[in-house]
Design a protein around this ligand. Structure first.
Ligand code: ZN
Length: 149
């Protein structure tokens, strides 16, 4: 398991150092802001939603390695997915990081499975899910800033 943990660390640090889709698209038609006061993480999520499909998704923000890596990997995972698929993946991801998905197959989440280790650190769960909660607010058209507390 030690090797696996190191690999997880490596993937998270890589996305923290070089976040993917870290930009503000001009043609986004959905947007929401999120804030995690416990850690100080801030994130803005931008989506171009067309016919119920996430055509483009990007984020900007500042935060810890976990929150940035989670936002980065979320954008990679959800691009091209339908709103329904995005909602399903969010549920699975939340189950994973809160430890509810202990019996399910983490390979369904692809690279996002690296966040499984977060379940041992309740404070970090909020870091890992901030971008996802913010995305959900963006898709539902909410204008209020999402706060994890
Ligand atoms: Zn954080």
């Amino acid at each position: 398991m030690a090797d696996l943990r190191e690999l997880y660390q490596e993937v998270i640090l890589d996305h923290h150092r070089r976040p993917r889709n870290c930009r503000r698209p001009d043609d986004a038609n959905r947007h929401a802001d999120g804030f995690n006061p416990l850690c100080g993480d801030k994130v803005s999520v931008f989506v171009r939603l067309e016919d119920g499909v996430v055509r483009d998704i990007a984020f900007q923000g500042s935060g810890c390695a976990i929150s940035t890596a989670s936002a980065s990997m979320m954008t990679e995972t959800l691009k091209g997915k339908s709103e329904a698929e995005a909602a399903r993946i969010f549920e699975r991801f939340q189950d994973l990081v809160t430890g509810k998905a202990a019996d399910s197959d983490p390979s369904e989440l692809g690279k996002l499975a690296v966040f499984a280790g977060v379940r041992d650190y309740p404070m970090r769960v909020k870091c890992a899910t901030l971008a996802w909660h913010t995305l959900r607010a963006a898709l539902s058209g909410s204008r209020e800033t999402v706060a994890t507390e």
